[in-house]
Design a protein around this ligand. Structure first.
Ligand code: GLC
Ligand code: MG
Length: 548
């Protein structure tokens, strides 16, 4: 006699680990992924048509940078309408097709929500500018009178993250706050209407079937009451961000997400002074996830990497939350160029993750490949930025007249900005646009040397960086659920070699150039970022996984 298995209910589903805890999510910078309609800008049908790349790579999900209607002053981070999809990306129908296709392949889909600010072209801001000072329409934003006898000076000394003052004046003399570009007015999160608007936005997209959100500058929503001057406006401004009131918002968002009968995630982009501050956002009733930028900020140095991993494990994993590791995104130089920087240009501005200078790309690629295995072996979830799987270097020499990042303009052309990591992907070696588009006129041009990194060729080469990614992700999948959350460091006898063990898996990373002889009892090689030498030693720099 057979009995039917009991139907799973919401409670039994929740006893399983949520998918996002150890998921590998691929970040799609849509404008630069694949263009289907020949306008030189990547779009949703282009992404849908190339989903096989991601399926073959073996990721679990996709995070889409903002694709809402936007004038594009900050390429989508200036949102004019949170409820639909920009026509240049294919509009809502193209999104729905993409979502269904991604789900059919078992891929989760995360949107990007931008709650700190909107576009100056959002109807609310247009209404605010047209309304009287002190009106409810203005109160949704941060409008203030200026200082000085005629109000001609900004209300306080705060700076925009992109450079220059954080205030812009409107025709009637009032000023509005923008923590980023002047086309990105900050909302006043002390207004219940603003909070309500974003809860509706989350529900709308969850109801459409998305699996989560990445939250743009999640730590910035609230500003210190009274907007006081900050002693050193060029340094981290503790009045402009990370205010205690923000945590209540994420408690509400978490409750909203948890009310659905499927596991949804919220991943904060949070830049705060310490890992302890970050852990506060990951309390059990707050955000499920937040990027661990502490590791991304480390230079190529074994002790710095180990100390950063330990900080995360002690303060985030130790507090019961999961760690969300990442080494790259659309705001920082690509790993090959960061780790391959052999001589820094002293004249260039020092933003630690966007240093300029002479790059040894072969060295950088060897180190980035090693870093990948280090990252994918760690307990927690991992975010990979598009193009990293191809080992793309930053395009540092993009001609200045073609730069588009508002950072470049607002810094008086001193800080080169982020265009160099946003170049359209090379799919083939052919023209036009290396398979990215049917036009050579792409929104940002591609350098000729992109041909060397074409995905099609890398799929055909067993030792390519792309194949290393696919192989590491395959092994990681096989081990899924079988490894403990904790890790132990092993003694390597060398300060430039790290080794950690999680259950059966041992990950060895040689940071320096000297070969390393792996003790036999650590297990046998299952994946390596570089071929071992004839004598069986690991070359430097490289990483390997062993199974015991
Ligand atoms: C975040 C985004 C960045 C954007 C900024 C303003 O840092 O990652 O690309 O420019 O917020 O929205
Ligand atoms: Mg297009």
């Amino acid at each position: 006699m057979t009995t039917a298995a009991p139907a799973p209910d919401a409670t039994s589903v929740r006893t399983v680990q949520p998918w996002w805890r150890d998921a590998v999510v691929y970040q799609v910078y849509l404008r630069s992924f694949a263009d289907s309609d020949g306008d030189g800008v990547g779009d949703l049908p282009g992404l849908t048509a190339r989903l096989d790349h991601l399926v073959r790579l073996g990721v679990d999900g996709i995070w889409l940078n903002p694709c809402y209607p936007s004038p594009g002053a900050d390429h989508g981070y200036d949102v004019a309408d949170y409820t639909t999809v920009d026509a240049q990306y294919g509009g809502l129908p193209a999104f729905e097709t993409f979502l269904a296709e991604a789900h059919r392949h078992g891929l989760k889909v995360l949107m990007d929500v931008v709650p700190n600010h909107c576009s100056a072209e959002h109807p609310w801001f247009a209404e605010a500018v047209a309304a009287e000072p002190g009106s409810p329409a203005r109160d949704r934003f941060v409008f203030r009178d200026g200082r000085g006898p005629h109000g001609e000076l900004p209300p306080n000394n705060w700076m925009s993250v992109f450079g220059g003052p954080a205030w812009t004046r409107v025709a009637d003399g009032q000023w509005y706050l923008h923590s980023f570009d002047s086309s990105q007015p900050d909302f006043d999160w002390r207004r219940p209407e603003v909070a309500e608007h974003f809860e509706n936005v989350l529900r709308l997209w969850f109801d459409r079937g998305v699996d989560g959100f990445r939250i743009d500058v999640a730590h910035m929503l609230f500003k210190r009451d009274g907007l006081p001057d900050w002693p050193d406006p060029a340094a981290y401004n503790a009045y402009q961000q990370n205010q205690p009131e923000v945590h209540e918002i994420y408690r509400r968002w978490r409750a909203l997400a948890d009310a659905y009968d499927r596991d949804l995630t919220l991943v904060g982009e949070i830049h705060v002074p310490s890992v302890a501050d970050l852990a506060d956002y990951l309390r059990p009733d707050e955000l499920p996830q937040a990027f661990y930028f502490d590791l991304l900020a480390q230079g190529w140095d074994a002790s710095g990497f180990a100390a950063s991993i330990d900080r995360g494990l002690a303060q985030i994993a130790g507090a019961g939350a999961t760690i969300t590791w990442t080494l790259a995104n659309h705001d920082v130089h690509r790993t090959v160029s960061r780790y391959g920087l052999v001589e820094r240009d002293p004249a260039a501005l020092v933003i630690p993750t966007r240093q300029r200078g002479r790059i040894d790309t072969a060295l950088g690629e060897a180190r980035a490949r090693a870093a990948l295995l280090l990252l994918l072996g760690l307990p927690g979830s991992v975010y990979l930025y598009q193009g990293e799987e191809l080992g793309l270097p930053e395009w540092l020499d993009l001609p200045d007249e073609l730069r588009q990042d508002p950072t470049w303009f607002r810094s008086g052309r001193a800080e080169h900005g982020r265009d160099g990591c946003r170049i359209p992907l090379p799919w083939t070696t052919g023209s036009p646009a290396f398979g990215f588009s049917t036009t050579p006129e792409t929104w940002l041009p591609q350098p000729d040397w992109f041909a060397r990194y074409a995905a099609e060729n890398q799929w055909a080469q067993p030792d390519s960086t792309l194949r290393l990614h696919a192989e590491a992700l395959r092994v990681r999948r096989e081990l899924r659920g079988a490894l403990p959350d904790a890790l132990d460091w092993l003694t390597t006898g060398r300060t430039d070699v790290l080794a950690y063990r999680r259950g059966r898996l041992t990950c060895v990373v040689v940071f320096g150039d000297e070969p390393f002889s792996v003790p036999g009892e650590w297990g046998s090689f299952v994946c390596a970022s570089a071929e071992p030498h004839a004598d069986g030693t690991m070359p430097g720099p490289s990483a390997a996984w062993l199974l015991g």
